[in-house]
Structure formats: structure tokens, C-alpha cells
Ligand binder design. Structure first.
Ligand SMILES: [Zn+2]
Length: 343
């Protein structure tokens, strides 16, 4: 029996199943890949797309996808004209206009293969109108079309969408396994772990313990802006909890961006940090998604009451919503500080 490609770790059983479906020609037209950030949803979707377009799918001596033929290479390098990613493009949601593009594009036959594959990232951020528009395509797709809907929570999708696509779950690998894999496969990981152990821990945390994301972050040009954003979020939460006064908090405002997209990411990072602290109030063992250093997070958490953390997080979430509704960027931040009683 032909084996699924094994050099990539994680979600083995799920990948075996999808490869089997590809070989048997039983892959559903649409599949929902549900799992937390860093759990390999993109990897699974890409590998299945590569399997569909692999030129060596019928060679029993090679794994599926073979990873080396021109069909596989194009998909894995993101250059296949027949694999089309669709996402938020910096917006808070995927609107109906993005799905309209898909609905027209899907009727154009594939470029250089027998399949046309749409990978919808953050499918749970599609507006209900966008989902309804997509539904029309999912009901009667062209025979060559395949759809992967990636999401953290399939429960947010309309029932009508969920009833047309099986929900398959991706699982995160334990941190030790991710660490091992990175150090074995990429020299930069082992080097960074040695030279900057704190930075390496931060990289793993920022990547949500996901191998794909962590590999991208090993490029300092990619990781540097992420680190800056995390430092700002960390400083903001620290100041808001330890030294909440106009004198200390107002100077931080100038570090927040006036660009709407970047501000959204910065505020989301602040909210992630606060969510960690709220979870820590319930248990010291709570899984953390923002803080790489648990001791530091626990100490910070001890400095604030649960209602204070909720109030802060609520103010940040409101600012994110207002920012998405095109409110004045600076005004959003001032309102945040007022409603969190920081000034
Ligand atoms: Zn191939």
C-alpha cells in the first residue's frame, strides 16, 4: 500500500486518511479542517493539494505526495495556478466580495492539472453573507473543484456549510516534539536555542508551537516585527497592571500604530496576553498562548484582580471592534484607556 509522506510530523492519521481518499478518488469536494493555531491545518491542506496534483501518484514506490515532481513542487512553493488561497487580506472578516471572486473563478477550468483547489484560511471569519454565497458553490461545484475550509472553530460556520463538508480535526504537537523537529531539521533553530534561549522559547510560543509557523519565524526578518509587537503588548499589560497611571501609560500610546491593520494585530496581542492572565487566575497549569515565561506571567497575574483583568480585556476587545468599524485610530486607544480606567 502506498504510504503518505512521512518526513513531516503531526496529524499522521488524518493525513493517511486524506491520502487514501485522494488515491481512491473519494476525497469530498469540501473539507473543513478545524484545529487551533499552529496545529498544522495549512500543512495538511497543502499536502493534500500536492497529492491531488502529484505527477507520481500512481508510482507505488514513492510516497504521496512525492514532494519532488513539478506538480508537488509548485504547490509546496505556493506557485501552482490551480491552488488558490483565500483569506482576510488584512481585514477583520472575509466578505461577500471575496467569495464572489471564487464563484466566478471556479468556473474557469484548471490551468495545468485536473483539479482546482481553494484553500480558505480563517473560514470562521467569513461573514454570514459570504458563507451563504459560498454555499451556492458548495451545493453544485464543478467536478474538478476542491475546497479546504480552515478554521479554529467550525461551530461558528453556518449549519448549512457544516452539513456539506466533513469536519476533520488537526492536533497540536507537544512542545518538546516541535523543539526536537526544528533542531534536527533546521540548523538555525539549534543555533538560536544555544545563542538566545529566551528568544527561541518566545519563537516557539509566538508560533503557537506550530512547526510551519516556527520555520517561518526562524528567518529573523520575519520574526523581528513579531517580536516587536509582542514586546509592546507585554509592556502595555505590565504597565496597566503594575503602574496604572496617565504618566506611565500615555507614553506607550505612541508605540501603537496609526495603521489600522497593524493596530488590530497589536491590540489582539494585548488581548492574548490578558487572556493568558485570566486563565492563570483559574489554574497555574493553564495552557498559555502569549507568555513564553510562565513564572513571569504568574507574577504579573498575582498583581491584578480577576475583575480588573476582565475589565481591561473588555476595553481592548471593544477597541478592536471599533478599529474594525473604521473609527479614528487614536480615539480608539484613548477610549480604551478611559474605559479601562487607566487615565
Ligand atoms: Zn509529486
Amino acid at each position: 500500500m502506498k504510504k503518505a509522506y512521512t518526513a513531516i510530523v503531526g496529524n499522521e492519521a488524518l493525513r493517511e486518511r486524506l491520502m487514501h481518499d485522494v488515491l481512491e478518488g473519494t476525497l469530498p469536494h469540501a473539507v473543513i479542517l478545524e484545529g487551533p493555531r499552529g496545529s498544522g491545518r495549512h500543512t495538511v491542506a497543502r499536502l493534500t493539494a500536492a497529492a491531488l496534483l502529484c505527477h507520481c501518484a500512481n508510482d507505488p514506490a514513492l510516497p504521496l505526495p512525492c514532494m519532488t515532481c513539478p506538480g508537488c513542487r509548485k504547490v509546496l512553493e505556493g506557485k501552482s495556478p490551480d491552488v488558490i488561497p483565500l483569506g482576510c487580506d488584512g481585514k477583520a472578516t472575509i466578505g461577500v466580495e471575496s467569495v464572489r471572486f471564487l464563484r466566478e473563478d471556479v468556473h474557469v477550468i484548471p490551468n495545468d492539472s485536473d483539479h482546482k483547489i481553494y484553500i480558505i484560511e480563517d473560514a470562521d471569519r467569513m461573514t454570514p453573507q459570504a458563507q451563504n454565497a459560498l454555499l451556492l458553490t458548495l451545493e453544485e461545484p464543478p467536478v474538478y473543484a476542491r475546497f479546504f475550509l480552515l478554521c479554529e472553530n467550525a461551530g461558528i460556520l453556518l449549519e448549512t456549510i457544516r452539513s456539506r463538508a466533513p469536519i476533520l480535526r488537526t492536533e497540536r504537537l507537544p512542545r518538546e516534539q516541535v523543539d526536537c523537529y526544528l533542531c534536527e531539521h533546521d540548523r538555525r533553530a539549534a543555533q538560536m536555542k544555544l545563542a538566545d534561549p529566551k528568544g527561541y522559547e518566545e519563537l516557539l510560543t509566538a508560533a503557537g508551537n506550530g512547526i510551519g509557523q516556527a520555520l517561518e519565524y526562524l528567518d529573523p526578518k520575519v520574526f523581528q516585527p513579531v517580536r516587536q509587537l509582542r514586546a509592546l503588548a507585554s509592556d502595555f499589560v505590565f504597565t496597566a497592571i503594575k503602574h496604572p497611571s496617565s504618566k506611565t501609560i500615555l507614553p506607550l500610546l505612541s508605540r501603537f500604530s496609526t495603521k489600522r491593520d497593524l493596530l488590530r494585530d497589536q491590540l489582539s496581542a494585548v488581548s492574548d496576553a490578558l487572556r493568558d492572565l485570566i486563565l492563570l487566575k483559574k489554574s497555574d497549569e493553564a495552557p498559555l498562548s502569549f507568555y513564553a515565561d510562565r513564572t513571569e506571567a504568574i507574577e504579573l497575574c498575582d498583581g491584578a484582580s480577576l475583575p480588573t483583568l476582565y475589565q481591561l480585556n473588555e476595553a481592548v476587545r471593544s477597541a478592536i471592534d471599533e478599529n474594525a468599524r473604521n473609527a479614528n485610530v487614536r480615539l480608539c486607544l484613548i477610549k480604551l484607556l478611559v474605559s479601562a480606567e487607566l487615565i
